[in-house]
Design a protein around this ligand. Structure first.
Ligand code: GUN
Length: 304
């Protein structure tokens, strides 16, 4: 039976480090870090994320400033707000919540944020610094996953790592961070031939594709470490019956509540083959906010 890599516990450790860092600033007579969160429109999932971010900021002493704009906001008005936040000396970090409503160009918005305040690590300058292996603000989810792996003493040097997914938010930066730690990295994706065979070679498998239960137990090399970045809601009982064959509790929740959260990996099957697995929920999910607040403190301290 694999070890459960508890993301919530690690997120709490990371948040405690941030809280102490904020205290050090205050003891020096500096102000608390300021994080501006821009939410355009009414996307329900985004509203939940933003609420969770504000609550986490309050816990660690970071000042969170929310800017809510209507869904029909013009790009020029979003640009103007970002310009104002870039120029505001009380704002250390700026996060524009994604996805933006239709009609708004997210790349244009993300590229407009000052790289020094880009706490998401999505600006091309920060992505370029990561590519070069130089310090910069790095994407929160992969940074926090690296921190989780380091905490659990997972050896990366020389191992075969497979990253399933090629997004700019997770897959690509995760691959670069693993490469920096001397792993031999393969990025696999929806067009990869023999996905199962590629995954089966991985000593470390990172799944970040957003496909519920895609990774079966038979895709996992015995003793591998599995990091499941996917957070999917499954409502279909036929799909649930297939992917939760080894997780009767999930299947039960799906049947009684009409839906259940799960990752990209079939957790029950993975637990029987792997040496360590992140659960969903309670794995990578809580780490993203911890990574964000770590970046907000670093931006305030101008450490990167
Ligand atoms: N929407 C969902 N996740 C994220 C994230 O990490 N950053 C931003 N800006 N938007 C998101």
């Amino acid at each position: 039976m694999a070890t459960i890599l508890d993301g919530k516990a690690h997120a709490d450790r990371m948040l405690e480090t941030v809280r102490q860092g904020v205290e050090v600033r205050l003891a020096k007579g500096l102000r608390a870090p300021g994080l501006a969160v821009v939410l355009v429109g009414e996307d329900p999932a985004s509203q939940v994320y933003v609420r969770n971010k504000s609550a986490a900021c309050a816990k660690v002493g970071i000042t969170s400033i929310e800017h809510r704009l209507p869904a029909d906001t013009a790009q020029a008005d979003l640009d103007a707000l970002i310009d104002r936040l870039n120029a505001d000396s009380g704002v250390d970090g700026i996060l524009v919540q994604l996805p933006l409503p239709q009609g708004l160009d997210s790349k244009r918005a993300l590229h407009r944020i000052s790289p020094a305040k880009d706490v998401d690590g999505f600006h091309p300058v920060n992505q370029g610094l990561l590519l070069e292996g130089l310090p910069g603000l790095r994407p929160c989810t992969p940074s926090a996953c690296m921190s989780l792996l380091a905490h659990h003493g997972v050896e990366l040097k020389g191992i075969r790592a497979v990253v399933l997914g090629r997004s700019e938010i997770v897959g690509k930066p995760m691959a670069l961070m693993l490469l920096e730690q001397h792993a031999t990295v393969t990025i696999a994706h929806s067009r990869t031939k023999d996905l199962a065979g590629i995954c089966r070679e991985a000593d470390l498998l990172v799944a970040a594709v957003g496909r519920p239960g895609l990774v079966e137990g038979s895709w996992i090399k015995p003793g591998a470490v599995v990091v499941d970045v996917g957070i999917n809601r499954v409502e279909d009982e036929i799909l649930g019956g297939r992917i939760f064959a080894q997780e009767p509790k999930k299947l039960d929740t799906l049947r009684t509540k009409g839906g259940v959260l799960c990752g990209d990996v079939r957790y029950g099957e993975a637990m029987a083959v792997a040496s360590a697995v992140t659960p969903v929920p309670g794995g990578v999910g809580p780490l993203t906010i911890a990574g964000l607040l770590t970046n907000a403190l670093a931006a305030a301290n101008r450490e990167v």
